[in-house]
Design a protein around this ligand. Sequence first.
Ligand code: ADP
Ligand code: MG
Length: 475
Amino acid sequence: MSKYKAVIGLEMHCEMQSNSKVFSSAENSYNDTPNANVRPLDMAFPGTLPTVNKECICKSLLMSLVLNCSQPEYMYFDRKNYYYPDLPKGYQITQMHAPVGVNGKITIDIDGREKEVLIHDIHLEEDSASLDHYRDISLIDYNRSGVPLLELVTEPCFYSAEEAVAFLEYMRRIYQYCGVSEADTKKGQIRCDVNVSIMDENASELGTKVEMKNINSFANVYDAINYEIKRQSELKDAGRYDEVEQETRRFDEESGTTIRMRSKVDAIDYKYFVEPNIPKYKITKEWLEEIKKDIPMLPRERKEKYIKEYNLSEYDANIIIKEKDYADYFEECVKIGINPKLAANYLIVQIIAYINKEGISIKDFYLKPEYLKQIIVEQDKGNISSKQAKEIFNKALDERKEPKNYISKDNAQISDKNLLEDIINTILDNNQTQIEAYHNGKTNLFDYFVGQVMKETKGKANPNMVKEILKEKLD
Ligand code: ADP
Ligand code: MG
């Protein structure tokens, strides 16, 4: 634990999913064969002009609304000028003067406590091409050139690595819930710049911030922040705080340390100006109202609903909302009439464990909600025991057959009260000596009677009902 207060601000880049790139008609899919999804514009051929993809604009406005930002009166873009081999035009089209959202806020949960995160802005821009470096050469893949990217910049409002990562995790889910992005860190769809400074607990001014660029996993964000806090604290302890410079560093995964890249003093002047090839257009109230209708129920709201309406525990609800696919599966179960608690139980105890083990998505999980229902309905009615239900679940999954094939009369649990009473009466008639002994104080004979019934029914009698009936008859 550092004796200083750490302050963190995040810049989160998220690759958007869309029918085509943001300014060209090329397919937005950069994990294909290199250079398969490229139009002349994406390679900056002379004479090409950008065409704005409305879907990307709408999705960026939707995110602006979700983050409770203010929207500008007009949507337009700026040029950020610099040269790099992955940027064939020599400039990136982005938003500097009028981001699609500014001054937002969103509440997140961190270990059962709420935190309001302040959003500086969110803006829409195009991604660059990607470079593959080999020993002697570098190759350029233009598939990513022009892929829509949302950049979200927070205020310096996080005070620990835990808080920063909790926010990133939550935003990842928001992007998925809103259908804005798959937000898959493994596919490189989320990249973060992390800014860290430290200060004395009650100081009124923020310390000098260090920026760590292009971190591609949340685990690395976490480690990078903690390493920086430690590094800066040690310099401060040693009276060498002036050595903490406004600089850009990178996180080195192997050593778990951060390494200086360049000083902010050498910052490039990007010579921003309004992109002249894209007309401004007005963001009307009516348009925003239309987009608002597309905002789905977000994870925190869903959680609240699960707890209030379906009586789930907070713990269970938290697991279910972790992935939109889990939440969708659960809601489908409830929609087709499965008892929510049982559905949640199956999902958490069996299904999530199974798909994690198999490394598959729940969308590819064989037992769709309607199949699960076949099992749960019988279990609910008491026709099969929970043990049998589990067996049927596993069998159906193994053999890829609908569970109803395994629910036969033969293995059905006996829950017919009249039938059970008949069986029990016969057994009691044949065990007069034991009944006498029972009444004379050998109460552990109760289990003997239960055992007799189970034997007679080959283990299929509903044990709770058997106990109930026996109690009634004996006492
Ligand atoms: P720059 O001009 O270097 O890009 P900005 O003011 O635009 O700096 O902020 C970039 C990011 O750095 C934002 O996410 C912001 O929250 C964060 N940030 C700004 N000052 C600090 C600080 N003192 N400590 C930590 N993060 C900071
Ligand atoms: Mg900045």
